[in-house]
Design a binder for this molecule. Structure first.
Ligand SMILES: [Zn+2]
Length: 225
């Protein structure tokens, strides 16, 4: 069966169990992983990220169950199978390039005009703060994000840093701190139910030796993480 047909069939089957008699589902090429839906009384229409197009039927079934339980009022969260599948190394390995192509504002290079994110990463590793993971893609933004310092896709293992920081005016330790902050998201990993900057995160992030000083710099620049 074709992937989209598996999707539609699963959603119709499981939808019926939840009392929905008309269910539509299709894959859409969203940049970020997400699912959108519309529903009325017994009708529901799902747009599912095509990053799941090669997922095994049990993963699709798990997703479908969690979505129907969500729209009917239970917060079940993503199934264990789905989380396992999406956080396996093969997932980012196969989808990272597609994700990067869809992210038009990224240079897809760690080398900036004056700063190199790989050197920054090396310094963090040398300081014992992180262990280098070759699966992680570091890139600058094309347009300068003047407010947001960086971004991290945990699923795709992509970290982007605003090209505002690609400047001799900003000390290296500030850049390193920003990269470390984003790496902390990857170290903690995929957990859709956790707070993005929760307690566990803050504890890990506080290991950066000049964190307060770097934070002051960002405040001066009116930028945030
Ligand atoms: Zn963050």
């Amino acid at each position: 069966m074709e992937a989209e047909e598996v999707l539609r069939t699963k959603f119709r089957e499981i939808g019926k169990e939840y009392g929905f008699d008309k269910v539509e589902a299709e894959f859409v090429a969203f940049k970020e992983f997400k699912v959108r839906w519309q529903r009325s009384y017994k009708w529901a229409d799902f747009k599912v990220s095509d990053y799941l197009a090669d997922a095994p039927p049990e993963v699709i079934g798990g997703l479908c169950n969690s979505l129907f339980s969500k729209i009917t009022g239970d917060e079940e969260g993503y199934s264990e199978e789905m989380c396992r599948w999406m956080t396996a190394p093969e997932f980012s390995e196969h989808k990272q390039q597609v994700y990067l192509k869809r992210s038009r504002n990224l240079t897809r290079s760690a080398k900036g005009e004056v700063r190199d994110l790989e050197s920054s990463y090396d310094r963090l590793a040398e300081a014992g703060l992180v262990e280098k993971d070759p699966a992680i893609h570091l890139t600058w933004t094309r347009e300068s994000n003047v407010r947001k310092v960086g971004q991290c896709s945990v699923l795709m293992k992509v970290i982007s840093i605003s090209s505002v920081l690609d400047s001799e005016m900003i000390p290296e330790f500030v850049l390193d701190y920003c990269l470390y902050h984003e790496l902390c998201h990857l170290i903690i990993g995929f957990d859709p139910s956790a707070k993005r900057h929760g307690e566990e995160f803050s504890e890990l992030e506080a290991k950066y030796p000049r964190r307060d000083e770097a934070g002051e710099w960002l405040k001066q620049l009116s930028m945030y993480l």
